[in-house]
Every structure is written in structure tokens, then in C-alpha cells.
Design a protein around this ligand. Structure first.
Ligand code: COA
Ligand code: AMP
Length: 637
């Protein structure tokens, strides 16, 4: 099939509003937009201004009304508990209405915030959609974050209540959530009124009287009463959710997603990018705590009338490296979307891909990778092992969907290994030098998107309009700064090379080294510190902390290093994967006092580096090299 991509991209360039108005026809609106694109609203304009709609209606009710009542909407598959459960669209609607009734009883109304702290169970999806039904704004917090991170989000989002599960399940341990919730509420200034607790049989939480409510019992009461909670109309521009993501300081950024533009872009992407037809099974092996989970476990597949898989397990060890193939085969998955790190883990366990042979994957069509750079080795291995196209695509929490990709539904473009391919309609991607001038084709620079951003992209940061401007719009006026560096080649293919800020990508998880430094700085025996991300064969990157201890400390370096590792785990969470702390006599700095983190990272990764002209004392770099070598942390080139 010849790709219609180029024609479509041109159509979008010629008349963006007409392009998105056409895509918007696939969504139900109570009242249509008065302006498809209102350029005078918001920081850079707003999409579908004046329209009213409801995301839950579009994800569930309309499918029940239009012939999909008996089609599975969610398949929950949990190799860690051995449970599986299917919810048809009709059954899903009953659950959502029951939870919406409970929320309404507790006083949740349109615009209220609700924090969801749950693992990969169907109830997480039900909770998100119940909030959407009422026009309440959910904020899902990933289970791998510690109580302190939850507290930060409580204070920023000031939710009326928390919906939580009693525990998460990691392959090697049960993770009780209640102690983290208690700790968070204790630390936070904002105290939510209630916590709706979904009790799991693997570990039940002792409920705090007056605050905690048994979620299942409350939902049963609502079901028994056959309470019918209609969808609450919201403005297309009203927030659907806030998703906190890492960025340059310990204070995470609350990315705001609206209702209307989000639905239009996500629904469009299911066919155009993923080539999925309504009724098919789509699986994003991620977590609802991340943007991939929001967009492609929950909203996009349900908007598009697909069946989505909620998988509570890992690519390896639950029970083996064939789990993904078992799920694909058993549930007839047409396309899988995951992070490259999952495939690196599988490849490490089963290098010859022998477990694939145990399963019938004849209906499996394509594998999509995102979240971190897809290294050519992994792509080649996956393609050869599975015999399907392996498609890299690039996006961010801020956008909610693909910025650059290979739109399979429009006709696949030739794949260039190492490139997520081309700009999607909606995005005018450019590469600028530090002064804001366009660079030559093939030259590395700052990747930016010319404003306006397309539907689904963040209109602002929650409670932080100024920070939104500073972080994204100020440095390159007229453009959105992605904070990724890369280049565009002569065929318009984009290559993403690195971040330009302090973000590192650990096992597809976005983490801020600045936030880790803030935590470490609290240690009374640490004078100063620097955290960098170094290359790792499995996780892509892992964090390493360099510590300069106070002079005269009496405890051993090893003890303080252990303390620091525990501190990061307790304050940020196990997901930070912070396991390497190295005491060094000094940190390398410029004469103006800036720590040379980039040079330290190049030394560790055995990349070419030049002695910075402004370095204060070059001998310190030798000390860093020795510290890394002593722990065998300098990459073998
Ligand atoms: N709740 C509690 N703890 C969690 C957690 C959760 N939801 N998710 C991860 N953790 C913990 C892990 O148990 C681990 O703890 P440990 O230090 O005690 O071993 C730690 O956080 C680090 O987790 P992770 O970086 O995921 O490493 P891992 O060794 O457990 O697993 C992979 C490695 C590659 C198998 C795993 O990262 C994976 O499946 N990645 C897929 C990518 C993905 O889902 N990306 C999301 C964006 S698309
Ligand atoms: P997140 O907001 O967690 O989705 O992380 C977004 C960041 O992950 C991007 O800014 C990139 O740095 C990185 N990233 C995501 N997808 C890709 C990709 N396909 N190739 C390279 N980097 C990617």
C-alpha cells in the first residue's frame, strides 16, 4: 500500500482546523465547538472551544448503545495472582456507574480532583472512568513512588479524596499501599476527606475509621440500589486529568490534559498510527501510572471500541520470558505497545526467542516501542523473533500521543533503524541551535515544535502557568521546547539522541536526577552531590550518585552510601532504581561553580569528551574516573 501520509500531512499543514474538525466527527459532542481552534484562548490557543462532551460517554456508554455491549472492553490478566477477568462494555458501564455513585455520595463534583493510587487492576480503569463520568479530574500516582511523592501530589492537586488499593504486587514482594498513604497524608498540608480502599485478598489494609471506606462494599450498595448516574457534560477544554511527571526540580510537573482535544487525537491515532480497527484487541504493556497507560491502556482503545488488556505482571519472571507471547496468543492481541527495555529483558532471558515457538501468534501484526530510545539491536531481535514490523515512535507525557512515528494505518513508511520516523500531522517539528536559529539538515540541535501544539497536548501545568511558560515556551519563542536533542535527516526522518535537561530514562521510566540530588542533599553528612544517568544494557540508563562527604565525618563511606541509597528509595520510591552511590573527594566544576555532569556521564559511558575550557581543576576528572573504575562502572567500549 502506498502511504497516504505525505498527502495527509500536507492537508493538515494547509488547514489544521479542517483536519481536526474532520477527526472530531468520530467523537460524540453534546454541543459542537464554536471554534475548532481558538487562537486567542490559553497560552497558545485551545482546541474545540465552546464544545461540550464527556469522555466516559465516548469510551463506554456510546459503545454499549451502539452494538458493543457484549464485546470485551477490558481483559484483566494477572500472572502474579493467577487471576483473569473479562469485563464487557455493558459490565464495565455497571461498574463505572456504581463507583460514580459512591463518589457522588462522597460529594465529588465536576472539577474536583481525585487521586488514584492503584496497581494494574481493572479497578484502576474503572476509577479513572468514574471520575471522567462526573467531570472530576483524576490524578493517577504510579505505585512505585514512595509516600513522599504522593504527598507532593496531594498538596499540588488538593484532591477531595483518594481511591486506592490495599496493595500492589511485585514479583518478589507485596507492596502495602496503606502505610504510604498514611505517611503521605501525614506529611501533606492538604488532607483529603476520604480514602476509598479496594481491598485485595493478597493483603488487606486496616481501615482508618472516619476516613477510609471499603470500596467494594460501597460499590455493591450502589449496584444493589441500581443507581443510574448520567455522564456530566464538561467543556472540551476542561481538564480530564493531571499526570505528574519529572522535571528539573523535586517538584513534579502536573501535566494537564483536556477532554475534547485528547479524545479527538487519541481516537484518530488508533487507526492512522496503530492500524487498529474497532473490535480488535490492543495491548499496551505499561502501567496506568504512566502516560502510555493513560493513553493506550485506557482512553484510546476504549474510545475506539477496542478490547484493552490490563496486565499485572512483568515481561520476565511472571513466570517466564514467554508471558508476553502467552498473553498475545490467548487474548488474540493484534498489536502490542511497550518500552524497549521490556524486550531487552526478554532477550536477555531467552536470547534465541525459543519461547515464542510455544504460542500461536498468527493474528499478531505489529509491535510498537516508545518511552526511550529503541536501540537497533533490540528492534532487529524483536523483528526477527516475532516476524512482524517493529515500529519505534517518540512522544512525551506532555503530548499524550505520538509526535514522530510511522503511521502504519496510513501505509507504513520505510523504517530507518534508530529513527522514530516522521512528524505526525499536528506537529511541525524543527531543530534549532541554542540561539534559536534553524540548523542544517543532519545537524544536532534542540528539537522544538512550532506552536500551536495539536489536540491532546498540555494546555498548561496544573497550578503553574508561569512554570509552564518557563519550562516549555520561553527559551524558543513561538515554539514548544521538547527538551530532547536530535536531528532531522534529508528524508525528514527524526533522530532523538538525548535530553537537554536533567531527565534520565530508567527502564522506560522518566526520572529527574535533580530530584534525586535534592533528596541526597538532606543527608547530614553529605556536603554536596551530583547524580547522573549512565548507560545500562537492560534499563537503558541507571542513576549514579557522586557524594562529597563533610570533612571530619566519622562514619565509613560505605555506611553513608547505604544511607543515601535508602533515602532515595524511601523518598522517591523503588522505581528510581538508585543503587549506586560513590564517595568522591571533589566534584568537577567550571570556574563559575557549575557541576560538569555531562562530562562525568561521557567518562562513564566511554564516549569521546573534550576537557571543558572553563574547568576549574582538570585533576578532578581523574578522581571521578578512578571512582567509577573502582566500581567497574566505566563502560567497555
Ligand atoms: N510498585 C512498587 N514497586 C515497583 C513498581 C510498582 N508498580 N514498579 C517497579 N517497582 C520496583 C521494582 O520492584 C524494583 O524494585 P527492587 O529495587 O526492589 O527490585 C524497582 O521498582 C525498579 O523497577 P524496574 O526499574 O521496573 O526494574 P525491575 O528490575 O523490577 O524490572 C523490567 C525491569 C525491564 C522488567 C521492567 O522495568 C519492565 O517491565 N519495564 C517495562 C517498561 C515499562 O513498563 N515502561 C513504562 C513506560 S512505557
Ligand atoms: P515520558 O514523558 O515518560 O513519556 O518520557 C518522554 C521522554 O522519553 C522523551 O522526551 C524522550 O527523551 C524519551 N523518549 C520517549 N520515546 C522515545 C523514543 N521513541 N526514542 C527516543 N526517546 C524517547
Amino acid at each position: 500500500m502506498t502511504s497516504t501520509y505525505h498527502k495527509l500531512y500536507k492537508d493538515w499543514q494547509t488547514d489544521p482546523a479542517a483536519f481536526w474538525a474532520e477527526a472530531a466527527k468520530a467523537i460524540d459532542w453534546y454541543t459542537p465547538a464554536t471554534q475548532v481552534y481558538a487562537e486567542d484562548q490559553g497560552a497558545y490557543g485551545r482546541w474545540f472551544a465552546g464544545a461540550t462532551t464527556n469522555t466516559c460517554h465516548n469510551c463506554v456508554d456510546r459503545h454499549v448503545a451502539n452494538g458493543r455491549a457484549d464485546q470485551p472492553a477490558i481483559i484483566y490478566d494477572s500472572p502474579v495472582t493467577g487471576n483473569k477477568q473479562t469485563y464487557t462494555y455493558a459490565e464495565l458501564l455497571v461498574e463505572i456507574k456504581a463507583l460514580a455513585a459512591v463518589l457522588q455520595d462522597l460529594g465529588v463534583v465536576k472539577g474536583d480532583r481525585v487521586i488514584i493510587y492503584m496497581p494494574m487492576i481493572a479497578e484502576s480503569v474503572i476509577a479513572m472512568l468514574a471520575c471522567a463520568r462526573l467531570g472530576a479530574i483524576h490524578s493517577v500516582v504510579f505505585g512505585g513512588f514512595a509516600g513522599n511523592e504522593l504527598a507532593t501530589r496531594l498538596d499540588d492537586a488538593s484532591p477531595k479524596l483518594i481511591i486506592a488499593a490495599s496493595c500492589g504486587l511485585e514479583p518478589n514482594r507485596i507492596v502495602p499501599y496503606k502505610p504510604m498513604i498514611d505517611e503521605a497524608i501525614d506529611i501533606a498540608t492538604h488532607k483529603p476527606q476520604h480514602c476509598l480502599m479496594f481491598q485485595r485478598s493478597q493483603h488487606t489494609a486496616e481501615l482508618t475509621e472516619g476516613r477510609d471506606i471499603d470500596m467494594a462494599a460501597a460499590m455493591q450498595a450502589a449496584r444493589d440500589a441500581s443507581v443510574d448516574i448520567p455522564c456530566v457534560p464538561v467543556e472540551a477544554t476542561d481538564p480530564l486529568y493531571i499526570l505528574y511527571t519529572s522535571g528539573t526540580t523535586g517538584q513534579p510537573k502536573g501535566v494537564v490534559r483536556d477532554n475534547g482535544g485528547h479524545m479527538v487525537a487519541l481516537n484518530w491515532s488508533m487507526k492512522a498510527i496503530y492500524d487498529i480497527d474497532p473490535g480488535e484487541v490492543f495491548w499496551a504493556a505499561s502501567d496506568v501510572g504512566w502516560v502510555v497507560g493513560h493513553s493506550y491502556i485506557v482512553y484510546a482503545p476504549l474510545l475506539h471500541g477496542n478490547t484493552t488488556i490490563v496486565f499485572e505482571g512483568k515481561p520476565i519472571g511472571t513466570p517466564d520470558a514467554g508471558t508476553f507471547w502467552r498473553v498475545i496468543s490467548e487474548h488474540n492481541v493484534a498489536s502490542l505497545f511497550t518500552a524497549p527495555t521490556a524486550f531487552r529483558a526478554i532477550k536477555k532471558e531467552d536470547p534465541k526467542g525459543e519461547l515464542v515457538g510455544k504460542y500461536d501468534l498468527s493474528n499478531f501484526r505489529s509491535l510498537f516501542l516508545a518511552g526511550e530510545r529503541a536501540d537497533p539491536d533490540t528492534i532487529e531481535w524483536a523483528r526477527a523473533t516475532l516476524g512482524v514490523p517493529v515500529i519505534d515512535h517518540w512522544w512525551q507525557t506532555e503530548t499524550g500521543w505520538t509526535i514522530a512515528g510511522n503511521p502504519v494505518g496510513l501505509g507504513m513508511l520505510p523504517i530507518k533503524l534508530g529513527s522514530p520516523t516522521v512528524a505526525m500531522p499536528g506537529y511541525d517539528i524543527q531543530v534549532l541551535d541554542d540561539e534559536g536559529h534553524p540548523v542544517e539538515t543532519g545537524t544536532l540541535g534542540n528539537i522544538v515544535v512550532k506552536l500551536p501544539l495539536p489536540p491532546s497536548c498540555l494546555p498548561t501545568l496544573w497550578n503553574a502557568e508561569k512554570r509552564f511558560h518557563e519550562a516549555y515556551l520561553e527559551e524558543f519563542p513561538g515554539y514548544y521546547k521538547t527538551a530532547d536533542a536530535g536531528y532531522i535527516d534529508e528524508d525528514g526522518y527524526l533522530f532523538i539522541m538525548s535530553r537537554t535537561d536533567d531527565i534520565i530514562n530508567v527502564a522506560g521510566h522518566r526520572l529527574s536526577t535533580g530530584a534525586m540530588e535534592e533528596v541526597i542533599a538532606y543527608h547530614p553528612e553529605v556536603a554536596e552531590c551530583a547524580v547522573i544517568g549512565i548507560a545500562d544494557d537492560l534499563k537503558g540508563q541507571i542513576p549514579v550518585g557522586f557524594l562529597v562527604l563533610n570533612s571530619g565525618v566519622e562514619r565509613s563511606e560505605a555506611d553513608i552510601e547505604k544511607d543515601v541509597i535508602k533515602l532515595v528509595r524511601d523518598q522517591i520510591g523503588p522505581v528510581a532504581a538508585f543503587k549506586l552511590a560513590l564517595s568522591v573527594p571533589r566534584l568537577p566544576k567550571t570556574r563559575s561553580g557549575k557541576i560538569l555532569r555531562g562530562t562525568m556521564q561521557k567518562i562513564a559511558d566511554a564516549e569521546a569528551w573534550k576537557m571543558p575550557a572553563t574547568i576549574d581543576d582538570p585533576a578532578i576528572l581523574d578522581e571521578i574516573t578512578s571512582a567509577l573504575s573502582a566500581r567497574n562502572l566505566v563502560r567497555k567500549s
